[in-house]
Ligand binder design. Sequence first.
Ligand SMILES: Nc1ncnc2c1ncn2[C@@H]1O[C@H](COP(=O)(O)OP(=O)(O)OP(=O)(O)O)[C@@H](O)[C@H]1O
Ligand SMILES: [Mg+2]
Length: 181
Amino acid sequence: MNKVVAVANQKGGVGKTTTAINLSACLALKNRRTLLIDLDPQGMSTLGLGKPKEPFKGIYQAMMNGRDLMDCVMGTELENFYLCPCSPELSGIEAELYAAERREKRLGEAVEKARRYFNFIIIDCPPSLGFLTINAWPRLIRSSFPSRRNSSAWKASRISFRRWRPSGHTSIPGWPSKASS
Ligand SMILES: Nc1ncnc2c1ncn2[C@@H]1O[C@H](COP(=O)(O)OP(=O)(O)OP(=O)(O)O)[C@@H](O)[C@H]1O
Ligand SMILES: [Mg+2]
């Protein structure tokens, strides 16, 4: 069985990328074939793994150009740890998705084709609740909201959680089952 985990919080600088990279590395060290998708136009997962933001090879191409996601996957220094990087084109994707068909399903469709190759797929989301993050929320994807309790990041997590709660697919360890203000 494989799992897809989106690491998301609309607040910036709360540890999404750090969580995504370390979680992926830990899973790879446990011999789980793991793919990290850099869905943030800042590309910090890509750069953090020592990879360049190369044009025309990244998650944008899989979502918008119909390219096979596996064509955009590269290895890392760790065995079992693979990266689908952020390419420079990802910076313009929010505006393009606005007018695109199946605009909230592009990532899910791209990921579905690659799922059988990996035990885990980890998605590093941007600090927003725009189309990119919405794309990380089809039924197949679980969610993780890094934050510290009683911080502004925690409040942002609650807002993110409330937004997605109606879909019934959120799972946040340590959270109250009912989000109250
Ligand atoms: N658990 C932690 N303890 C202390 N510092 C941390 C922790 N996790 C991340 N950091 C630091 O916090 C800063 C922001 O982390 P990171 O880039 O992972 O956040 P982010 O949520 O991905 O940011 P952005 O929203 O800009 O993508 C970094 O300097 C990182 O080293
Ligand atoms: Mg980040």
